[in-house]
Write a protein that binds this ligand. Sequence first.
Ligand SMILES: Nc1nc2c(ncn2[C@@H]2O[C@H](COP(=O)(O)OP(=O)(O)OP(=O)(O)O)[C@@H](O)[C@H]2O)c(=O)[nH]1
Ligand SMILES: [Mg+2]
Ligand SMILES: [Zn+2]
Length: 304
Amino acid sequence: VGEGELLDGIVIRVHAKNTIVDRHGESVRCTVRGRFFENLERSMRPVAVGDRVRFRITGKGEGAIEEILPRRTKLSRPGIDKGGKEQVIAANVDQVVVVASIKNPPFRPGLVDRIFVAGRSGGLDTLLVLNKADEGAPDEIGELIAPYREIGVTVLVTSAASGEGIADLRQALADRTSVFSGPSGAGKSSLINAVQPGLRLRVGAVSDRTRKGRHTTTAVALLPLECGGYVVDTPGVREFGLWDVSREELDAFFPEIAPLAERCRFRRCSHVHEPDCAVKQALEGGAIRHLRYESYTRILETLD
Ligand SMILES: Nc1nc2c(ncn2[C@@H]2O[C@H](COP(=O)(O)OP(=O)(O)OP(=O)(O)O)[C@@H](O)[C@H]2O)c(=O)[nH]1
Ligand SMILES: [Mg+2]
Ligand SMILES: [Zn+2]
């Protein structure tokens, strides 16, 4: 590779000082040109894992990012530390895989629904993985996943411990780029290891982490899969704030609410207090689950 020529690459890791870019399986440690930091009013960082970039080689295994290509999709949340700016967790991913467990840590539908909204608003497909199937009775598992299957969400029931559902998960990940999200300890890294044992991602006991509030996975990383495609492992989340989702568009990200919204009397019906609301009628008639409607109204309250 000649020095000076512009090369294409994909960002696989973002550190404080430099960004790791992959080009055909080789990692290049890149700096990001200063001008990319100049127009960052709304965003924490100029590059995110998954970004397509053009870079120049500046030394052995080193380079400088000259161009960041437009993002096709993104999974974002408001950053906690830097005054509420956008934190792009991953760019150019096809689907968000929400990993949840049954009781250790306990299943939290509100958190699952928030990550789904963030994913859909960023242009991603959604997949729910209920892991630690070895810790739950079949009817208990059935109850947790029914509301999602009903609304057309693909749900996989897995156990990284017993191997249940791993072949299906591998198939769902093949030839696509997927970002894993969900609470700490649900088994995101364990599942990725089960899909591809050679990766040897670090996993940690759930009890340690609840005591010390520690997360085993500390950095976002893009990993190539032998079955084709990439997967992004991320640190666990306790809450998931929504970035750039308005009150008016929230209903569009609830698959069972969106088609009904057109039948409400008011065009900008919030489905909370308005008369002749098709969504509230469906709720009373049992066509929409209370759990899901509560998720919708809770999220609505947090949006301005
Ligand atoms: N019984 C059981 N334990 C599991 C299963 N999958 C993972 N675990 C255990 O759960 C703990 C947490 O797993 P991790 O893979 O580190 O969880 P994580 O979601 O990556 O956690 P963070 O990186 O902190 O977000 C570890 O002790 C795993 O061995 C499973 O299917 N069944
Ligand atoms: Mg992890
Ligand atoms: Zn309505």
